[in-house]
Ligand binder design. Structure first.
Ligand SMILES: C[S@@+](CC[C@H](N)C(=O)[O-])C[C@H]1O[C@@H](n2cnc3c(N)ncnc32)[C@H](O)[C@@H]1O
Length: 296
């Protein structure tokens, strides 16, 4: 078994902490606990009396992070919930205001590489893609039941996939013959639906469809929009909100929400990216972008 900190390497950890600047006696929210890397750092930097309230909706992540963060348990409260429910979360923690907040959206390596949960097109798994196993909708249920038009919209808007229509048509044709239940079946349909000359050179031809289904299953963009609006209300003046995102759809939402919120000063005119050294050590950080805003 891998030690928890080896399963997932936290991205932009140093940059995020520079902005959040945790200190003792203050209370921070980590909306995406994951394997607990960022939370652990906040707790270390805010010793001896800093506190963290952390959310994650993935039960497996919570179990692993709880174990890792055992030494800090007296200063940490972990809640299994969608970060979009921040109001209820802070209410149950008895908090009216906080001194800083961060979210690191996207998948943990636990989900992507070890979960057998259908996030990766590189292995043959059931098409699930739920980060929260309590949810009703799976990638399989969307692929089986959405109309051709709905599928094309999902692929186009959430995946920015130019071949959305032919892929949606191929899925609907295939599912008339057999149920599409696995990642391998779906990859096969996509590979055949997209003419060879349109196969992208730098990424797998299925990448964008998988991204789109994941976003749809987990209502990721809606959740992001909600935390960006609601989270800001709980920040004390001077408190900072750090957001790490992984693709342009998310980054655009963060940029717009920060810029349009009159109670915020945006501290990053451009997103902060991982250094060459970080990318070499952790290729997943290649697409990470950090934006930070401060409550006026
Ligand atoms: C990239 S990982 C976080 C890694 C963490 N910062 C670390 O250093 O270990 C993202 C985590 O956010 C969680 N997550 C994503 N969207 C969420 C949401 N709407 N509510 C709660 N947790 C969410 C995922 O389940 C996943 O565990």
């Amino acid at each position: 078994m891998h030690p928890v900190e080896k399963i997932h390497t936290s991205v932009l950890l140093h940059e995020c902490m520079q902005y959040l600047a945790p200190v003792s006696g203050k209370t921070y929210v980590d909306g995406t606990l994951g394997l607990g890397g960022h939370t652990e750092k906040i707790l270390q930097l805010s010793a001896p009396e800093g506190r963290v309230v952390a959310f994650d909706w993935d039960e497996e992540a919570i179990v692993k992070a709880t174990e890792r963060l055992q030494p800090f348990s007296h200063r940490l409260q972990i809640q299994r919930r969608n970060f979009a429910e921040i109001s209820a979360g802070l209410d149950s923690a008895g908090l009216e205001q906080i001194d800083g907040m961060m979210i690191d959206v996207g998948l943990s390596s636990l989900q992507l590489d070890m979960g057998n949960r259908g996030f990766s097109f590189q292995r043959d798994e059931i098409l699930d893609m739920r980060m929260d196993s309590r949810g009703d909708m799976t990638a399989g249920s969307i692929v089986q039941t959405a109309t051709e038009e709905q599928l094309a919209d999902i692929f186009f808007y959430y995946g920015e996939e130019r071949q959305a229509r032919p892929i949606a048509a191929a899925i609907v044709a295939k599912r008339k013959i057999e149920k599409i239940e696995t990642t391998k079946q779906l990859v096969g349909v996509i590979v055949r639906a997209v003419p060879k000359r349109f196969h992208p050179k730098r990424i797998h031809v299925a990448t964008k469809v998988f991204q789109a289904l994941r976003i749809a299953v987990n209502t990721e963009l809606e959740n992001l929009g909600t935390i960006l609006d609601d989270g800001v209300k709980y920040l004390k003046p001077g408190a900072r909100f750090c957001v790490i995102s992984f693709h342009s759809l998310e980054d655009r939402i963060v940029k717009r929400k920060f810029r349009n919120n009159e109670s915020l000063n945006v501290l990053t005119s451009r997103p902060i990216l991982a250094t060459k050294e970080e990318i070499a050590a952790n290729p997943r950080s290649r697409s990470a972008r950090l934006r930070v805003a401060e409550k006026k």
